[in-house]
Design a protein around this ligand. Structure first.
Ligand SMILES: *Cc1c(COP(=O)(O)O)cnc(C)c1O
Length: 402
């Protein structure tokens, strides 16, 4: 029998080694570390946290170092970096690869903040030629990627319409043109999807979501197997930008990671049950969840992922006022942006997360005024279903609308 510890075991044990034998790694708050003496030969790069060597907290910190190793192990990669947010992780990953004049191909259905970063920081300010494509079709990606393409950036599944792209097929396209391929794996988490195993060069996270898992910390991470990418990332995180994750947040993240497997299984079980309930409801026009056989990419999801995740969206049969009445009638679920915590969060993309896009762009990408997104938590699913029933009961009769 294979003696390599499995995912749940690694999640609990990795990163917990401590010289004092603590079962839970301590939070190291010190901003600086005493040196044994003067070493005229010492260079910054030689200070090795893996050997218990630390110099200054921005460069490396024992708590952050431990959680970086823990995330790298769960993603099946060699080197991990933890950042002050998912946004910092993604910006630093892209800044590590592209230069002015380079071409970058990205999914046209990225997280709204990433899309704005790509447009306003990279394209407008840093003169990177960003090309957004419909990556649900590999051929469209293959047509866009050329020998001048420095980087390909994907996200799967996406938000809020839960679209997927084929990571292994896109990895081949990127590889043919020597482009670095990065994947934002926030929605699936490494429990359900490991892009490095599918051929990606780096994987990024908003750890704010499932990895931390308790809606109590903002953070991000990047994991890579490529030593050159790792060196570029490390320089930016530690020297050029100084955007590493703080010790206390690193501790919270390490604590959250231990239960990733059990949480993801429960998120998914609840999400599937609610998706099926919604699909059968006569006030629901459409349900978006890759675990449903009706999802157009159900087959790809089954092949590429080990499960379907905990986020679903659905479109009410109705308009903005119906969505408002539905959401305001809920008692168990919390009306809030973000996702991936143990509690169910529900939101209205048209007026909340995707409001900045404007009505025209929303219509283009299929975000209607009655679309609702749910980050399904780990509560008893019967209480969640009962809450939906409250929502449906509150939808106004057509003549009661303003
Ligand atoms: C939340 C999120 C981000 C941004 O992460 P922050 O931690 O909020 O900076 C990036 N990508 C995806 C898919 C996200 O859900």
């Amino acid at each position: 029998m294979d003696s390599t510890p499995r995912f749940d075991t690694r999640a609990v044990l990795d990163g917990s080694e401590s010289p004092a034998g603590d079962v839970v790694p301590p939070i190291h708050l010190s901003s600086t570390f005493e040196l044994p003496g003067i070493d005229p030969e010492l260079r910054l790069e030689d200070v090795d946290p893996s050997a218990g060597e630390f110099l200054y907290g921005r460069l490396s910190n024992p708590t952050r170092h431990a959680v970086e190793n823990q995330i790298a192990a769960l993603e099946g990669g060699e080197m991990g970096f933890a950042f002050s947010s998912g946004t910092a992780a993604i910006a630093t990953a892209v800044l590590s690869i592209v230069e002015p004049g380079d071409h970058l191909v990205a999914f046209d259905d990225l997280y709204a903040g990433t899309r704005r970063m790509f447009e306003e920081l990279f394209d407008h300010q840093l003169d990177v030629d960003i090309e957004f494509v419909d990556a649900t079709d590999v051929e469209t990606v293959a047509d866009a990627v050329g020998d001048d393409t420095a980087m390909v950036w994907m996200e799967t599944p996406t938000n809020p319409l839960i679209r997927l792209c084929d990571v292994a097929a896109i990895a081949e396209v990127a590889d043919e043109h020597d482009a670095v391929f990065g994947v934002d794996n926030t929605f699936a988490s490494p429990y359900f999807q490991r892009p490095l195993e599918l051929g990606a060069d780096l994987v990024a996270h908003s750890t704010t979501k499932y990895l931390n898992g308790h809606s109590d910390g903002i953070g991000g991470a990047v994991v890579t197997d490529d030593p050159e990418v790792a060196e570029a990332l490390g320089f930016r995180q530690q020297v050029a930008l100084g955007n590493g994750l703080a010790p206390f947040d690193s501790y919270l993240l390490a604590r959250g990671l231990k239960t990733l497997g059990v949480r993801m299984r429960k998120h998914e079980e609840n999400a599937l049950a609610l998706a099926e309930y919604l699909e059968a409801h006569d006030r629901v026009r459409e349900v978006y969840y890759p675990g449903l056989e009706s999802h157009p990419q159900h087959e790809l999801a089954s092949r590429q992922m080990d499960g379907y995740g905990g986020v679903l969206s659905f479109e009410l049969e109705g308009d903005l006022w119906d969505a408002k009445a539905f959401l305001e009638a809920l008692e168990t679920m919390t009306l809030a942006v973000s996702l991936g915590g143990v509690e169910t969060l529900i939101e209205h993309p048209a007026t909340m997360t995707h409001e900045p896009l404007g009505v025209e762009r929303r219509r283009e990408i299929g975000i209607s005024d009655s679309l609702i997104r749910v980050s399904v938590g780990i509560e008893d699913v019967r209480d969640l279903r009962a809450d939906f029933e409250r929502g449906f009961a509150a939808i106004a009769a057509p003549e009661a609308k303003p």
